[in-house]
Design a protein around this ligand. Structure first.
Ligand code: SF4
Ligand code: SF4
Length: 180
């Protein structure tokens, strides 16, 4: 089962210079935070030190408010607003983005990369994070249609979201990860 990012539509997005692995100056504010567990997994898979692919910064109050409207777990990934986000290249692309897409194996990717554009709301409903630029969402009439276009399935999304909840809880309780 492909993850978002591997589907045919996603390849089109990347080839057109767009897609969710890039952020412009405004988009950086809205980048999700990584948990310690995800960072450790990425370091093992890539052979890189966390400081080589992670940037620590402070999430804006506006972004935190937005995340609160989605699910409380997202604030748990940024205790006291401290965010650990993916490092970007000067062209706005994620440091793991190559010409063929993500250079990390699917298992090693941050969970939100694998979930995007889906999340589960506090009432247990599967939702789509609305983005007019996402080709999979354009003209879609339901989240099921977006799932199908991305070759995803509901059970996988729920399983990934459960893993993210677990890692976010651990992340919040752990001492802050220092980047060398
Ligand atoms: S924005 Fe949508 S279509 Fe584009 S790469 Fe991301 S998930 Fe795929
Ligand atoms: S880690 Fe991979 S999937 Fe996630 S933003 Fe970077 S290139 Fe895209």
């Amino acid at each position: 089962m492909p993850a978002p990012g591997d589907a045919h539509l996603c390849a089109q997005c990347h080839q057109a210079g767009g897609g969710c692995c890039r952020a412009d100056a405004d988009g950086v504010e809205y980048m999700f935070g990584l948990t310690r567990g995800e960072i450790e997994g990425m370091a093992r898979a890539s052979g890189l030190e966390p400081w080589q692919f992670v940037v620590a910064d402070q999430a804006s109050p506006r972004f935190l408010e937005f995340l609160d409207s989605l699910h409380p777990l997202f604030r748990q990934t940024m205790p006291r607003g401290r965010r650990l986000r993916l490092r970007l290249e000067t062209d706005g692309g994620c440091c793991f983005l190559g010409p063929e897409g993500c250079r990390l194996s699917r298992e090693a990717r941050p969970l939100y990369c694998r979930l995007y554009p889906f999340f589960v709301n506090p009432h247990g409903r599967l939702m789509v994070l609305s983005s007019p630029a996402c080709l999979a969402q354009q003209g879609a009439r339901s989240w099921r249609e977006v799932l199908g276009r991305l070759g995803q399935d509901e059970a996988t999304v729920r399983e990934l979201f459960g893993r993210l909840q677990h890692l976010a809880t651990e992340h919040e309780a752990a001492r802050p990860l220092e980047l060398a």
